[in-house]
Design a protein around this ligand. Structure first.
Ligand code: SDX
Length: 427
């Protein structure tokens, strides 16, 4: 809270209202609306909440104008270069980088939770063979609350902590089950002798008939991908987790709500949509020019997937890191160079196009991530599952932070009513 206030004056009545101004460590301050209805008789109107601060948070800071992303104060490029996904999980959850003892204990704890109840294998086997992996994931994450009755008290910090550990540890196992069910492959068990990422790769691609050869290039690329997707402030899915959790819903139900929100093509589903768009250009005779024209045509709902961002009106700092990673990986793995080349051409064409310049539409984190995931042999319908697996730590960190915030209340937005005026039932 600052000692500054903003005075609102109603020009019709001359009534004034004094609104407190709040300021944080970085970024724009907020006008406290706590008394606005009491003092003015008005709500505020902000469709999509693009100008609304929904909470106070110390986890992630984004500066959209300057393309800055910090996790607990550390710049994303430094974390991507020097940290590991599990260390970033610790940082997001606990607020500080761990020392060796703390990291080893955290890593061992996560390893103790990598397996899932055997019934979950049957649960996932009950889905149709062609069920979308995101449909399986959203159902299975919600169903986890039916297995862990011992840790659902949201007011118990120990319950909150073990639920966070369980989710971080089990998402790779569950994600791999969704993939393997879809492919008719036997489920693999976690291998706690491996790192978090290596374990995921063997869960996904090992076959019981032979030993699995790790690919260090793929493991490193995936490590960076997970770090870049771990958290991103109050995005749609994180805000969904907070809103669902604000009613007292258990952690697994709240995270399942976040998985559901991430699925949309305007959010986490964009990485899959980018590849569909690039392949459409490649295979359907669409050109970059016709694709860009469609994206600009107001009568066409088509958007250029992988471009634009609600906050970044400059380059998404993650996109820069991912583009470089993509280039290196495709050289190493002789990946889908034509698709990457096409992506580069599309990026260059949009950067030179006035429509995109005026609206400051740049490639976002999803633009290149799909190409990397393909290079890692991750099938397209698993792209958003990968995003959900990475983002689970961000979701559960925000969920936990909310429950530790003395100011948190159940989320309950208001509206501007535009329906019928009051009327009587006929007759
Ligand atoms: C993620 O919030 C996060 O942090 C999300 C995320 C995270 O880590 O959690 O960063 C991950 O979701 C990244 C975004 C992935 N989505 C896409 O790539 C889908 C394509 N992008 C668009 O759907 C769009 O850019 C959004 C949804 C990302 C942002 O939408 P906004 O902020 O509501 O933008 P807008 O609709 O206000 O657009 C402003 C203008 C409009 O034109 P005008 O009405 O001014 O003439 O820009 C245009 C839009 O039509 N526009 C686009 C466009 N995105 C915006 N035009 C063509 N192609 C696009 N991609």
């Amino acid at each position: 809270m600052t000692n500054k206030t903003l005075t609102l004056t109603d020009n019709q009545t001359g009534k004034t209202a004094e609104l407190d101004l709040l300021e944080g460590t970085h970024g724009p301050g907020c006008i406290s609306l706590k008394n606005i209805y009491k003092d003015t008789g008005y709500f505020t109107y902000d469709p999509g909440y693009s100008m609304t601060g929904s909470c106070k948070s110390g986890i992630t800071f984004i500066n959209g104008e300057e393309g800055i992303l910090l996790h607990r104060g550390y710049p994303i490029d430094q974390l991507a270069e020097k940290s590991s996904y599990l260390e970033v999980c610790y940082l997001l959850l606990y607020g500080e980088l761990p020392d060796k003892t703390q990291f080893d204990h955290f890593s061992d704890t996560i390893k103790m939770h990598t397996m899932v109840h055997e019934n979950i294998r049957d649960f996932i086997s009950g889905f149709r063979y062609d069920a979308h992996p995101m449909a399986m994931l959203v159902g299975t994450v919600g169903a986890l609350s039916s297995f862990y009755h011992d840790s659902l008290d949201i007011n118990d910090p120990k319950h909150r902590e073990i639920s966070a550990h369980r989710l971080i540890a089990k998402l790779p196992t569950i994600a791999s089950y969704c993939y393997r069910h879809h492919r008719g492959l036997p489920f693999m068990y976690p291998d706690n002798n491996l790192s978090y990422v290596e374990n995921f790769l063997q869960l996904m691609f090992a076959v019981p008939a032979q030993s699995y050869q790790q690919n260090p290039v793929a493991a490193k690329a995936l490590e960076v991908m997970l770090i870049l997707h771990a958290d991103h402030e109050q995005n749609a899915s994180t805000s969904t987790v907070r809103l669902a959790g604000s009613s007292g819903a258990n952690p697994f139900a709240s995270i399942a709500a976040g998985v559901a929100s991430l699925w949309g093509p305007a959010h986490g589903g964009a990485n899959e949509a980018v590849i569909n768009m690039l392949e459409a250009i490649e295979q359907s005779g669409e050109t970059i020019e016709t694709t860009i024209a469609r994206a600009k045509d107001k009568n066409d709902p088509f958007r250029l997937m992988g471009f634009g961002h609600r906050v970044y009106k400059n380059f998404d700092p993650r996109a820069k890191i991912i583009a470089k990673l993509c280039h290196e990986l495709l050289d190493e793995l002789d990946g889908d160079q034509p698709l990457f080349k096409l992506a580069r051409e599309l990026e260059e064409a949009t950067l030179a196009d006035e429509y995109f310049q005026e609206r400051r539409l740049y490639p976002n984190v999803d633009f290149y991530s799909g190409i990397i995931l393909r290079a890692l042999d991750i099938p397209m319908n698993m792209f958003t599952v990968m995003f959900a697996m990475a983002r689970t730590v961000g979701w559960i960190s925000h969920w936990s932070e909310m429950h530790s915030d003395p100011e948190y209340r159940i989320g309950r937005p208001r509206q501007i009513y535009t329906g019928h005026a009051k009327r009587d039932y006929p007759g």
